[in-house]
Structure formats: structure tokens, C-alpha cells
Design a protein around this ligand. Structure first.
Ligand SMILES: C[S@@+](CC[C@H](N)C(=O)[O-])C[C@H]1O[C@@H](n2cnc3c(N)ncnc32)[C@H](O)[C@@H]1O
Length: 263
């Protein structure tokens, strides 16, 4: 008898060095099955063999699994709230503000913040933006600052003109961010499930990541993120993500997906 999905998963965890048990199991199975169909792989034994032997397939498995979708100003009303309420409060209160996008995917999220701060006329020495993700390929892409149209749909024509230039050599319209904005963000590879978090953040964006995780892991990470925030700091989640009973963590719910750590 061949490997069951659970046996496959337990073996795959050892090879891939990713904690698949922390993610919602149904989704891990769905993503595995769809990748197997795409590659015409019939059994979990064959899939495991490929993960062991074929470095390209191993990378494809990880890529397929960690959905990298992101876009500039994703859920624009939340970015309006950030610009109008959260950021002015932070910059009025202190000289330097520390912001962490975790996970950042292709960089559209941390770069959106850099653009907002530039528009608010906040000088770069007054802030730090760190952006991290588990996927080295997507971080490589993020560092180039090159994006296709679909990722830029929420960027107004004025901002597009001011902060992006068309990439000439490519006919299917891509745009590159100005060097100034690219230089405002520091990217680093980090596994948010396994590694420790640094502290003293004023604003942490962890958007569209909790949706993939089991309830227990989500709770553990909510605790870790809250610990990493300064008192009075903000946690900004994705539009469909909520913290049940935020007071358990010492958080207060503000607008939509924003939570504030008690002072
Ligand atoms: C849907 S994207 C979210 C990007 C962005 N925050 C947004 O909302 O547009 C999810 C990201 O989580 C990353 N990811 C998955 N597991 C991770 C882990 N254990 N540690 C760090 N990043 C992880 C994936 O590589 C992917 O880029």
C-alpha cells in the first residue's frame, strides 16, 4: 500500500524544513493534490520521491504551497485609515517609528507604506521598514521593485507617474519603482513559525497569513506579534482576519483589521 496523505506530509516536513502541521491541513492537501495533478503525479510516494530528488520540483512545491498573492494598497480603505489615523498618531508621538511587514510577499505591501510616508512628507531618517517572508524567490523579486499591471490596480495615475517608470524592454507593461522608494525597505528571509521575533515595533502588518494557519498556531503567533509590539503599537491584519476576544492578548480592536496594544 502506498503512503497516505498524512504519512506523506510527515515525511515531507523532514525534507522541506517547513512546519506543514501549523497550516490548515485541508488546504495543504488541496494544494498538494493540485500540484500533483499539474505534474501528472499519481501517488504520494512518487510526489515524495520528487521532493527528495528534484530540487526544481521541491522549489515548485514550496512556491505552490505558500501563495504569494499581494498588491499595492490591498483593501484601500484600510490603507486610508493607516494614513489618516494610525501613522499621524505615531509620528506625532515620537521621533522614530519602526514598521514590520510580516509576511511581505512581493513587497507591494511595505512599498505601499513607503509611498504613503513619502506623500505625508515624513523624512526617511524618521522610520524603518522591515519586510520579511519565508520564500527567497519572492524576496528576490521584491528587491527589484518591478511589477505588472494587476498588482498596481489600486495605484492612482498620479502616484504611478510619481513613483514608477515603465520597464522599456518588456512589451507587456511592467513598471519599476523609483530607487528612492526601493531603498526605504529592508527585506529579509524569515520563517514566522520557527524563528524568534525582534521587539519594539510600532506597527506590525501581518496580513493574509493567519488564514492559512490552524487556530492554535494563529493564537501562538498573535501572542508573539503582541509581545513584539511596543505598548501603544498597532497590529494590522488582513480584511478577513479577526482576533477572537483581543483583550486576552492585551489588544483593543480599533477600525476593521486594526488592533492596538494597551499602553
Ligand atoms: C498571501 S501572502 C501575504 C502578503 C501580504 N501580507 C498581503 O497581504 O498582501 C502570504 C505570504 O506568506 C508567506 N509565508 C507562508 N508561510 C510563511 C512562514 N512560515 N513564514 C514567513 N512567511 C510565510 C508566503 O511566502 C507568502 O508570501
Amino acid at each position: 500500500m502506498g503512503l497516505s496523505f498524512n504519512e506523506f506530509k510527515d515525511e515531507a516536513i523532514k525534507i522541506l524544513n517547513i512546519d506543514l502541521d501549523s497550516y490548515k491541513i485541508k488546504r495543504v492537501k488541496r494544494r498538494t493534490d493540485s500540484l500533483m495533478r499539474r505534474h501528472n503525479i499519481k501517488t504520494y510516494d512518487d510526489c515524495l520521491e520528487l521532493i527528495k530528488r528534484d530540487t526544481d520540483f521541491r522549489a515548485a512545491y514550496l512556491n505552490h504551497f505558500t501563495i504569494n498573492t499581494s498588491e499595492f494598497f490591498r483593501n484601500p480603505e484600510n490603507f486610508d485609515y493607516l494614513r489618516d489615523k494610525v501613522l499621524p498618531g505615531l509620528f506625532n508621538k515620537q521621533e522614530k517609528v519602526k514598521i514590520w511587514s510580516a509576511p511581505c510577499s512581493n513587497g507591494a505591501e511595505p512599498y505601499s507604506i513607503a509611498i504613503i510616508l513619502e506623500e505625508m512628507n515624513i523624512k526617511p531618517h524618521r522610520y524603518e521598514i522591515l519586510a520579511s517572508d519565508i520564500d527567497p524567490d519572492i524576496l528576490e523579486m521584491a528587491r527589484t521593485g518591478i511589477y505588472s499591471n494587476n498588482i498596481l490596480q489600486n495605484v492612482s495615475p498620479e502616484l504611478l507617474k510619481k513613483y514608477f517608470s515603465p520597464v522599456q524592454k518588456n512589451s507587456n507593461s511592467k513598471y519599476q519603482l523609483t530607487k528612492d522608494i526601493i531603498n526605504r525597505v529592508t527585506f529579509e528571509r524569515k520563517d514566522l513559525l520557527k524563528e524568534n521575533y525582534s521587539s519594539d515595533w510600532d506597527l506590525i502588518l501581518s496580513r493574509n497569513f493567519f488564514i492559512y494557519l490552524t487556530r492554535e498556531v494563529k493564537e501562538r503567533l498573535t501572542r508573539k506579534f503582541t509581545m513584539a509590539l511596543k505598548p501603544g503599537g498597532y497590529l494590522f491584519l488582513g480584511n478577513t482576519e479577526f482576533i477572537f476576544d483581543p483583550r486576552r492578548y492585551g489588544l483593543t480592536k480599533l477600525y476593521s483589521s486594526f488592533y492596538k496594544k494597551e499602553d
